[in-house]
Ligand binder design. Structure first.
Ligand code: ZN
Length: 368
């Protein structure tokens, strides 16, 4: 009502000026030009403020002590977290035939909070994103790049990884990081973390894969990643099990995300997810485990990543657990670093103040 009145008066005012024969054209322009500039500025300012506030309010929740106490009291913390890290898969899990992923993350009994449009760090590179996921901060803070992570260990104590924080709080806890890309264990996660077993699977199967081309060797290593992960679950029951698969990224670089080879690679990793999940079922631990599937970046249809276009910036972020507190459907805004917060919340742990990650909204009933 008021808005209508204001608009009507403004239009009447403008009309009076426009049709006023006593005023020169120059004088009219002197009124209209500044008015147009002012209106444009108001539109820009309102849009910027809107974007700022929309972003702020759509970001997730940093769980408070009270929220953590509530989830612990409700018996809805998990005994362990199993992370399927799929390099280069982006949001493409959503487009492909992935029966195992669907069984774990889209099941009625576990509830599945799944998005294929989580936001990757820019530039959309591997170390930037695995670094953010494991250290709970955006890439500008941890400063990791593929070159840096490949050449020296991470030593910045301001941004400890989830493994380091957990190990310091729980001496004697057992964790495992089973990776195809050994840079994760060598340059992204800090060295010397007690209780963290690092398995660089490529080194384990070096002889078996020697002579194979890049894709074939990554394909074989990923099979072995699943075997090592299953062995770890059976023998050591890690509280945090991180796995990293790399054949999808190789297929992306070689043939692009639009290729049948890329589809084959996703399907291969999907099979490995299924094998690990089967092992959890056999051990009877699916209900007490939070399963997470994440990717660091996608691939262009013709291959490659690094830029800021949706096909490489969107990634899969899927969470499922049998404690009745995972909300089925699509979560709110997710950034790759939120992995750290989700892991800690699932274990009933307070996240360090230094992290700028949060638990996405509409993911857990206790934080909805
Ligand atoms: Zn990558």
């Amino acid at each position: 009502m008021h808005m209508r009145l204001v608009t009507a008066r403004l239009l009447a005012f403008l009309r009076r000026i426009a049709y006023n024969d006593d005023m020169t054209k120059k004088k009219k322009l002197l009124i209209f030009i500044p008015l147009s500039i002012l209106s444009a500025l108001v539109v820009v300012a309102v849009s910027l403020l809107g974007a700022l506030f929309w972003n702020r309010f759509s970001r997730g929740v940093v769980p408070t002590e009270a929220q953590l106490a509530a989830v612990r009291a409700a018996g809805q913390t998990y005994d362990r977290v199993v992370i399927f890290g799929v390099d280069g898969a982006g949001g493409h899990f959503g487009e492909m035939d992935t029966p195992s992923f669907d069984r774990v993350f889209l099941s009625e009994e576990r509830g599945g909070s799944v998005t294929y449009e989580a936001t990757a760090q820019y530039p959309t590179e591997s170390a930037q994103n695995w670094g953010s996921m494991l250290h709970g901060v955006r890439s500008g803070k941890h400063g990791l790049t593929n070159e840096i992570a490949s050449s020296r260990p991470f030593t910045d104590e301001r941004y400890p990884s989830l493994f380091k924080v957990y190990a310091e709080r729980h001496p004697g806890a057992y964790m495992a990081s089973v990776v195809d890309w050994d840079v994760v264990n060598g340059g992204i996660i800090e060295q010397g973390i007690e209780g963290l077993t690092r398995i660089n699977v490529g080194e384990l199967v070096r002889e078996e894969v020697s002579g194979l081309d890049w894709y074939a060797s990554e394909y074989a290593i990923d099979t072995a990643v699943a075997e090592e992960a299953i062995r770890e679950l059976r023998e050591n029951d890690p509280v945090i099990l991180f796995t990293h698969f790399d054949c999808v990224d190789a297929a992306g670089h070689l043939w692009g995300s639009g290729s049948t080879k890329y589809e084959e690679a996703i399907s291969h990793v999907d099979d490995q997810i299924g094998r690990i999940f089967d092992a959890c079922e056999e051990m009877g631990i699916t209900d007490s485990t939070l399963f997470i599937c994440v990717s660091d970046h996608g691939h262009k249809l013709t291959g490659g990543h690094g830029r800021n276009c949706p096909v490489v910036r969107h990634t899969t972020f899927a969470v499922a657990g049998g404690k009745g507190n995972v909300i089925s459907g699509t979560p709110g805004y997710v950034v790759t670093q939120d992995l750290a917060s989700v892991v800690f919340y699932a274990l009933g742990e307070r996240q360090p103040d230094a992290w700028d990650s949060s638990v996405p909204k509409n993911m857990f009933t206790g934080l909805a």
